[in-house]
Design a protein around this ligand. Structure first.
Ligand SMILES: Cc1cc2nc3c(=O)[nH]c(=O)nc-3n(C[C@H](O)[C@H](O)[C@H](O)COP(=O)(O)OP(=O)(O)OC[C@H]3O[C@@H](n4cnc5c(N)ncnc54)[C@H](O)[C@@H]3O)c2cc1C
Length: 635
């Protein structure tokens, strides 16, 4: 076997040994080997120098740790000693991190394969035929420009997630000339194959490696493609709970976002996207398990609503929908905007807002690799890049921050899952990931929602390595998982401009957040035990299995630290607060920045705080409302 390039023979030996020890062969799953290393290296190549450096440092750290702990390099140890070391390192506060970084990369590289999916009787890769190219004449790729471009329009919209797509489409339908700039590519259906590696490489911002720093490293996932994060999300749709809207109204001293005032905006979007509760066919056995456990305990549970009425339940929503049934922005609002004459520039990053006499009059964009420029002159500028990119762009230019609040007040909805082994088949990977939920503890800031982890994602949620991981994955067809979506107890997060213009995100998980997570995961395990689980996996580092109520009582008494769990978050919100006062808020209730006239922010940044539910429908309803206000400005 030839060493994959980029690696010295010594590095190759070390990585191969770590791969084999982290994922030994089981009864069902094949063990990691040279093919895993090859897939891993292909992924690292895309991550560039920084990614490769981080991976090499993790390998070196673990290889030398083996010398310190066992007197030999990792590859020279026998399999039992290697397995023991992996368990020991998982409990070490320093070695846990290189193990986590390298382990996650190895897990995805190994499980993202036809052979592994085949072991569970699932066809892979997926991917549907490309949809009809009806409005493609309205789409231009920035990379294909021969020269710089100048364009004039009524509204230029930066970003095609729910914020941008909805404003753009509504303005286009009102008869305004709309130009979208989108940093990511337009992908057709055949690109969505269910591959975690392909998806993180191509569809996720920063290859899925953007993270917040604080008392834990928390990956913050966001899309970077036409449709924004809606093109890679689970499709779950909740209206903002009335008690959250009440909280905002009280805090903002305004009823602009009251339940009553927002109702018609929710209705409009729900009709447009055909949002309705999931059916039993796509929910699968998880529905029965949750109902059985919750009913026994007398807890309130429900079928989640989604924007995917004709979904065939392939279960790989977060890697992009192969059938196009999920009405993400790239298959709903964007085509409608294009049909009404809007123009979309893809692979074009807006770099600067053009301001003249205190008014925004356009944006400058650049094609992402060629650096060809486009200048779009417009009567209004709408920034909709998301709660992280939007403040980074404005702060980088020194705009919109007279209040000092831009980039502050970030909330993320901290969340972790808990799983359980059942005697019956569950096969979550054959159904939609988020079919059902439990809202019994919602007013305490804890919502429990389905987490149907695909075969190439489940190993990453499982916090262990070696034989424990193999045993978990061997039985994965009988594993059920729910996740805690916690309402942040504070909005202490902050987005700043980091090195090279990249986002620098900080967020500190508070005691109350950790208690919510511990209590939420305990409630999940209580439900699973009531439903007849053999045992539960708390999914925290080095946490023992929970087999009965005594174990659960012990789990509830644990001292909890942020580093006890592996975090991933999907809902950055709140970095451009809305309000009347220019000294304490960034935008007015019309979404216009206090500092620059005709500059509007419409995305997750303007959502006032944690929604305590998945937030896309909130962003969509707010965008629908914003489009009315911006439309009035253009009259
Ligand atoms: C994996 C995943 C699963 C999720 N599941 C759900 C779910 O089931 N239900 C739910 O309610 N929410 C879910 N969410 C969250 C939801 O998708 C987001 O809250 C929502 O899409 C955010 O909308 P947005 O308009 O703020 O930004 P985004 O949707 O992130 O869109 C912003 C777009 O702007 C582009 N952009 C940014 N900067 C620039 C620039 N300078 N120039 C040009 N373009 C730029 C980006 O490339 C991106 O395409 C999920 C998120 C993820 C990542």
């Amino acid at each position: 076997m030839q060493h994959p390039f980029l690696l010295t023979p010594e590095q190759y030996r070390a990585i191969l040994a770590l791969c084999r020890a982290m994922i030994p062969p089981g009864e069902r799953i094949p063990g990691a080997g040279p093919q895993t290393v090859i897939r891993l290296m292909a992924f690292m190549e895309d991550l560039g120098d920084a990614g490769s450096r981080i991976m090499s440092q993790a390998v070196v750290a673990l290889d030398w740790a083996a010398v310190l702990y066992a007197g030999k390099r990792f590859h020279a140890l026998d399999a039992d000693r290697q397995d023991e070391l992996l368990s020991t390192w998982e409990q070490s506060s320093t070695l846990r991190w290189p193990l986590f970084v390298l382990g996650n990369l190895i897990k995805v590289a190994h499980f993202d394969s036809t052979e592994l999916f085949g072991a569970y009787g699932v066809d892979w890769p997926k991917g549907g035929p490309p949809e009809p190219a009806r409005w493609l004449s309205q789409v231009e790729c920035g990379e294909q420009w021969e020269d710089d471009e100048e364009i004039e329009c009524d509204a230029v919209v930066v970003g095609t997630g729910p914020g941008g797509a909805i404003v753009g489409k509504e303005l286009a339908e009102q008869g305004h000339a709309v130009v979208f700039l989108e940093e990511g590519k337009l992908y057709r259906r055949d690109a969505f194959t269910g591959s975690a590696l392909q998806a993180t490489r191509h569809f996720y911002r920063g290859h899925g490696m953007v993270a917040s720093l604080g008392n834990a490293v928390v990956p913050v996932l966001m899309g970077r493609l036409v449709g924004g994060s809606t093109a890679i999300n689970t499709g779950t749709c909740f209206r903002t709970p009335p008690w959250i809207l009440d909280e905002w109204c009280e805090r903002q001293n305004s009823d602009e976002l009251s339940t009553e005032n927002m109702a018609r905006h929710f209705e409009r979007v729900e009709q447009e996207l055909d949002i309705r509760p999931n059916d039993d066919k796509t929910i699968g056995p998880m529905g029965g398990i949750v109902a059985r456990g919750a009913d026994k305990l007398g807890w309130s549970h429900f079928k989640i609503a989604r924007n995917a009425p004709d979904c065939d339940g392939q279960g790989c929503c977060d890697w992009g929908c192969p059938s196009g049934a999920r009405k993400s922005m790239d298959v709903s609002y964007i085509p409608k905007a294009l049909a009404r004459g809007a123009v979309l520039f893809t692979e074009t990053k807006a770099t600067r807002v053009v301001v003249e006499n205190g008014r925004a009059v356009g944006v400058v964009g650049e094609s992402v690799t060629q650096k060809r420029r486009v200048r779009v002159r417009a009567k209004v500028v709408v920034l909709a890049g998301g709660a992280v990119p939007t403040p980074v762009m404005l702060l980088g230019q020194g705009l919109g921050n007279r209040s000092g609040e831009l980039g502050r007040n970030l909330s993320i909805h901290p969340g972790v899952p808990a799983s359980a082994l059942f005697d019956e088949p569950v096969e979550v990977y054959k159904y939609i990931p988020q079919g059902v939920g439990v809202d019994q503890f919602h007013r305490d800031g804890i919502l429990l929602v389905g987490v149907g982890l695909d075969i190439n994602m489940a190993p990453n949620a499982f916090p262990g390595y070696g034989r424990r991981l193999t045993e978990f994955m061997d039985q994965y067809d009988r594993v059920a998982t729910l996740g805690v979506l916690a309402k942040d107890s504070t909005q202490n997060g902050r987005v700043r401009v980091g090195p090279g213009g990249s986002p620098l995100i900080t967020y500190w998980l508070q005691k109350q957040d950790l208690h919510r997570i511990r209590e939420g995961t305990a409630r999940i395990m209580e439900l699973f035990l009531a439903a007849g689980a053999r045992h539960c996996y708390p999914m925290g580092h080095a946490m023992p299995l929970v087999k009965n109520m005594d174990d659960l009582a012990r789990y509830r008494q644990r001292n909890v630290r942020a580093s006890d769990w592996t975090w991933t978050v999907f809902h950055p919100l709140g970095t451009a607060q809305m309000g009347h006062d220019p000294n304490t808020s960034v935008v007015s209730f019309d979404h216009e920045t206090h500092d620059v006239q005709n500059l509007f922010l419409v995305d997750g940044s303007t959502v006032p705080g944690p929604t305590a539910v998945n937030p896309q429908l909130t962003i969509m309803a707010m965008a629908n409302r914003a489009a009315e206000r911006i439309g009035q400005r253009l009259e």
